[in-house]
Ligand binder design. Structure first.
Ligand SMILES: [Mg+2]
Length: 161
């Protein structure tokens, strides 16, 4: 089943990096929004930073991948000092292959980590890339933020008058 991830974990912190390394994995492609950061926010979760640090220490290569534009992706990649691929068009195979190439690893050596079944995971499975689905970071808060936006606009509209 192309939609089932190989692993489904509560967060990136739960990924058993040593196990993956021992299985021959050498590079990780990571989604950004709701995987490492809350949606549309530039603050990178401490747990995400720790995960990346640990992976790099073991010897993994990491490449960030997002369907979002460079304005969203670059600041995160710069802070983490990682290569990145923006406007990737997941779940297209090309998106994953571009990242594998950036890391100089084969598809068998790669791991995809993301929160979206229909993009991150489906696309990875299609090309035989090991897939790890993680739960979205604080989805409730994100919904609250979204719901607030129209009201914010309304308030600002009257404020300007
Ligand atoms: Mg995401």
């Amino acid at each position: 089943m192309k939609l089932f991830p190989k692993e489904y974990l509560p967060s990136v912190s739960h990924i058993d990096l040593k196990k993956l390394w021992n299985e021959g994995k050498r590079g990780i492609i990571s989604d950004i929004d709701n995987t490492l950061c809350k949606d549309e926010q530039f603050y990178i979760e401490e747990a995400s930073k720790k995960f990346i640090e640990e992976a790099l220490n073991i010897g993994f290569k990491i490449c960030l991948m997002s369907n979002n534009g460079e304005a969203r992706v670059k600041p995160v990649a710069t802070e983490l000092n990682l290569p990145y691929h923006f406007k990737a068009h997941k779940p297209k195979s090309e998106a994953y292959n571009t990242c594998l190439k950036k890391m100089g690893i084969t598809v068998e050596e790669g791991v995809m980590v993301g929160d979206q079944l229909f993009t991150d995971i489906y696309g990875a499975n299609r090309i035989g890339l090991y897939s790890v689905l993680v739960e979205k970071i604080h989805p409730k808060e994100i919904i609250q933020i979204r719901l607030k936006r129209p009201f914010e606009k309304l308030v600002l509209f009257f404020f300007k008058k």
